[in-house]
Ligand binder design. Structure first.
Ligand code: GH3
Ligand code: MG
Ligand code: MG
Ligand code: MG
Length: 306
């Protein structure tokens, strides 16, 4: 996840300046380096390479350059999957409304005329970086469940799409699974919703930590239901790994006196293999995991099925 920077953060925003005139780069660097980390590039192609490599937070871009124009370069920047959200401000001697309109149409967030006024550049840079900060904050909150602080269902969908995108033929099989707390309604009835919330937090964080050690990720996808992704396990069999997961929850020894399963909080798990070839395959694996979870729920609970 992207870092969230604030004006007070020790980690400064990075600004990439691309301009074919050394004197412009020097003035911009001097102007900005007090508050920001500045990277400068005299050539458009080198600027693109630096943008890809450093993923700056903002790009200041000249238009008239010998090799590739700023108008051509912004198209490449906006087409790059890791840069399409990076704000670009044109700083240029081209002053006609038609040029300005073109720059904005191509995706620039702002357009500043040369010779530029230092205070105006600083003010506009600050404004656009504040928008960057707010967008990252929103992105982060959109992907996190506030109670458990685990990734949420939306993040599961995004990560699943990403896994499908990087799918290559003959992948190693990985696993998807569903975990559900046993007799949780009875827990709430006996101990109250607030203590229930605490149990949700403790149990889910324990499982997330456990799965993390095996390269797995846990997501809160329903009230007391969690999806997980787990890569192929080389050293440990999936059975052993799931037994370890159940044991990690039991080790918390959270009292649940009304549970017909055990006097402590337990969970049940359904797991299926998945190669992430396409969305239909993932859905089918999740359905299978759900059915296997259902089987556990209708036998002993506090167990897994795969
Ligand atoms: P089973 O073993 O079959 O899963 O039984 P269960 O009682 O856990 O299953 P059921 O689906 O009937 O109940 C789920 C309960 O989870 C009901 C609901 O009150 C509780 N729950 C869901 N979300 C939250 C939450 O955010 N906080 C708390 N405290 N309880 C929640
Ligand atoms: Mg120029
Ligand atoms: Mg449930
Ligand atoms: Mg339950």
């Amino acid at each position: 996840m992207l870092p969230i920077q604030t004006n007070h953060s020790e980690h400064k925003f990075t600004i990439l300046c691309i301009d074919d005139e050394t004197s412009n780069l020097k003035i911009l660097s001097t102007l900005l380096r007090g508050d920001y980390q500045v990277i400068a590039s005299k050539q458009a192609s080198e600027g693109l390479a630096k943008a890809i490599e450093t993923q700056p937070d903002l790009i200041l871009l000249d238009v008239v350059m010998p090799e590739i124009s700023g108008f051509e370069l912004i198209v490449q920047l906006k087409n790059h999957p890791n840069l399409h959200n990076t704000p670009v401000i044109f700083i240029t001697g081209l002053q006609s409304p038609a040029d300005e309109a073109m720059g904005l149409k191509l995706g620039a967030c702002d357009y500043i005329h040369k010779p530029f006024n230092a205070s105006i550049v600083l003010a506009r840079v600050k404004t656009h970086l504040e928008i960057v900060r707010q967008r990252r904050l929103l992105e982060r909150y959109a992907n996190i469940d506030t109670l458990t602080e685990l990734p949420n269902r939306r993040k599961w969908d995004l990560d699943t799409a990403e896994r499908i995108k990087v799918y290559k033929p003959h992948p190693e099989l990985s696993f998807v699974g569903i975990i559900d707390i046993d007799h949780f309604k009875l827990y709430n009835d006996r101990y109250g919703h607030q203590k229930g919330d605490t149990v949700l937090r403790k149990v889910s964080n324990q499982i997330a930590q456990y799965l993390h050690a095996f390269g797995g990720h846990l997501y809160r996808c329903g009230g007391e239901e969690f999806f997980f992704f787990l890569p192929t396990t080389q050293e440990t069999s999936i059975e052993k790994l799931l037994q370890g997961c159940l044991q990690a929850v039991r080790a918390l020894a959270l009292e649940h006196e009304d549970s017909p399963t055990a006097p402590i909080v337990t969970v049940s798990i359904g797991v299926a293999t998945c190669s992430f070839a396409n969305a239909a395959e993932v859905n089918s694996a999740l359905n299978q995991a759900d059915q296997l979870l259902y089987q556990v729920k209708h036998s002993t609970r506090n167990d897994y099925c795969c």
